[in-house]
Design a binder for this molecule. Structure first.
Ligand code: 2HA
Ligand code: ZN
Length: 282
């Protein structure tokens, strides 16, 4: 029996669709953005001979907690615009080696590419999200315009950011009841930004990288993309309000937020449920 080809698998198809979606939304210009998708041995072994390693690449931090796990990951320097036409060059299937300091490449990166420059932030996030919920399989980073713009005009404070975004549309608190985690501006592609992001990922599935972008985690590609779509829509409404003069006459009140948590059975961070009104500023 001929083995099914990994390039024809639903995992590569989903990666192509999502990277294309991120590109067409304008959230991943040029080589912006990166996505990683944890796959099980059972899923992978239907398509690739897991005993066969194409290449081994070092990683400069300890990922031994993830040893043996498989990840379909976008490549460093690659353009999301192009992944849909060239997934075997612009993405790869890697397995974390036993010592946690390198990855075995089983498929893809066929013109010499390597995993994303944000691989430390992805793997550190995967470690912490799996502690919270073993079903979490996706980490997604992109540059959503309006959310990034808010990181210039709104204090970098989790409660303030979260409450504004919750109040921009009824859907926000339903989709991200834990709110938005915020780290300081940090240099991308470093272990330090990876550690800061992963620390926030213990409590949040969305972490703002000020003046840069957002990190999101979830169970599926659709759910994780949906998180980003929802928070960016809230940020777009905020931008639009500012461009209409910024004079807010009415809002979703704290009582309305409480009613949403009751109606949808949410468990939001209680500290974010009460605070200043967007209308009166107090
Ligand atoms: O992969 O977005 O943060 C390119 C980036 C780095
Ligand atoms: Zn980025």
């Amino acid at each position: 029996m001929t083995q099914k080809k990994f390039i024809d698998s639903p995992y590569v198809e989903q990666m192509c669709k999502i990277t294309h979606g991120l590109y067409v939304h304008g959230w991943d210009e040029r080589n912006g953005g990166n996505v990683s998708y944890r796959l099980t041995e059972e899923e992978v072994s239907q398509y690739v001979d897991t005993d066969k390693v194409l290449r081994n690449e070092p990683i400069d931090f300890d990922a031994s907690e993830l040893a043996g796990q498989y990840y379909l990951v976008t490549g460093t320097g690659r353009y999301f615009k192009n992944v849909i036409d060239n997934p075997e060059g612009d993405a790869g299937l890697v397995q974390i080696a036993a010592d946690g300091h390198s990855v075995d490449i089983h498929w893809g990166y066929n013109d010499g590419a390597q995993p994303t420059s944000e691989f430390p932030a992805h793997l550190m996030t995967h470690i912490n999200r799996q502690h919270v919920d073993s079903k979490q399989r996706i980490v997604m980073h992109c540059h959503p315009t309006n959310l990034v713009a808010m990181s210039f005009t709104v204090p970098l404070n989790e409660k303030i950011m979260t409450r504004i975004l919750w109040k921009m549309q009824a859907e926000s608190i339903v989709v991200f009841p834990e709110g938005l985690g915020v780290i300081p501006y940090m240099t991308p592609g470093t272990n330090a930004i990876g550690e800061a992001t992963a620390e926030k990922m213990k409590d949040f599935r969305l972490v703002l990288w000020p003046q840069h972008g957002v990190f999101a985690a979830g169970d599926t590609m659709d759910e994780t993309f949906g998180l980003i779509e929802t928070i960016e829509k809230a940020a777009l409404i905020y931008t639009t309000i500012q461009s209409q003069g910024g004079n807010i006459l009415q809002e979703i009140t704290d009582t309305d937020l409480a009613d949403l948590t009751t109606r949808f059975g949410l468990k939001p961070n209680p500290e974010y449920m009460v605070g200043d009104s967007l209308v009166t500023g107090k």
